[in-house]
Design a protein around this ligand. Sequence first.
Ligand code: ZN
Length: 474
Amino acid sequence: MERMNHSGADVLVAQIDQAMTGLAELLAEPALAHFESIHPAFEALEKVFARKAGLDAAFAWAADMNEAGLKVGSSRSTDYLMQRLDISRAEATARLRRGKALYDPPVEPEPEPDDDPVADDDATRAAAREKAERERKAQAAARGREAAGEKRAVIDEELRNLSPHATPGFNELLDRALEFAQSNAVGVVRHWLREQVRLANRSVSRLHESNRAFNRRYVSLSEPDEHGGVRLSGYLPADMAAALSEALNPARSNILDGTALKTTEGMSMGKKRAHLLTAMCRNFLNDKTLNLKGIGSIVVSMTLDELENMRVDDVFPTNTGHLLDPFALIRLGEARSDGFVIHAQDGQPLHAGTGKRTAGVMQRIALFASELVCSHPDCDRPMSECQAHHLIPAARGGPTSISNLTWLCWGHHRDNNDDRDPVSPFGWADRDEESGRVGHRRRAGAPVMVNGTPAARRSGAAKVRARRGEASVV
Ligand SMILES: [Zn+2]
């Protein structure tokens, strides 16, 4: 059984060889060939040969499994394929990649760390398991699909843009694409698959990625052990971790006068923290208004330049040593006691104060976050696909400051009527004086229409606006 390939393969290939010789003879003089009688056979031949691409992938994978590179004095299977099959490096690499896609066990992109024992993420894990199962099934189905090398090359190319976290996953889309390719032309396959990849990638927006740590937050207490003690464990995103570690900073113990902390000399840091935590809990529980003001103060340091050119993946240092991303900043803004220090280019503090006094800073951050997507109404292009646009063109003296900038996707940027020409059919990006929000004005005097897509509503700024009742921005 296991050697059948070996013993039978040479006979089968000899048959193909013989058949090819026969076909070549039929077309030795193409001018004399009787086209009407041979064309159905040659159309069928093309279909038969479409199956070779699948064999090529399987063979490349088998070669890799068997360290075929050693046959040509190399550690790489591609060298074997190039030399013995007389194909280009690109073709060898493509065959090997297809073989791996079809026969390697599907990779599970992000195994959950095992220090996360809480049921909080059950739904996420169930969804991941379900996706992995679909991927396995799709991969098995994809092995049986027939598509010619040309279509496979197009599928490879388009699938390269698929995020490893996208849903549906790689194998599912590969299987669907191979099936689609059976009854559609190469160009149609490309366009169809490009759209499928775009839709699948939308399930992993940058916003979602940035909120991963926040989504995993939890604190748990173990069952009491034989002495009645419990273990604390949990996972906190950077901003929550900053708040907790500052609150548990033993150097600040004087704020808790009147508690057992007066007699902490000689205690370990861990023990002091335990006292601080308990004292804070008592204060918290004794305070009917649950007013947490003054318990901690987190200072974020950033330059004006960093603030104005903030990007989704930026992080900013804090006095607690935690690095906060812009999303964490938005959440921090909800705690009035936290402070921000803005530094000018030369390092001089420009602005320092509590959350309340730095409302301007929060509004700037909010503006940044409001533009996680293109600011054109009903557009959901993420910021990563957008260009910065001057509301008042730089050529007309518009400053490159956050108040004069917005994000527009390529299409909406191109269509923007920069000169505000009344004859043009296009409108322009503009700020609504009343709400302070940037949107699109169809013509002079028309209202500014803002982006109300779900993607825009998910932004931290939308939450900030909801809390402040649409306060003006910068
Ligand atoms: Zn747009």
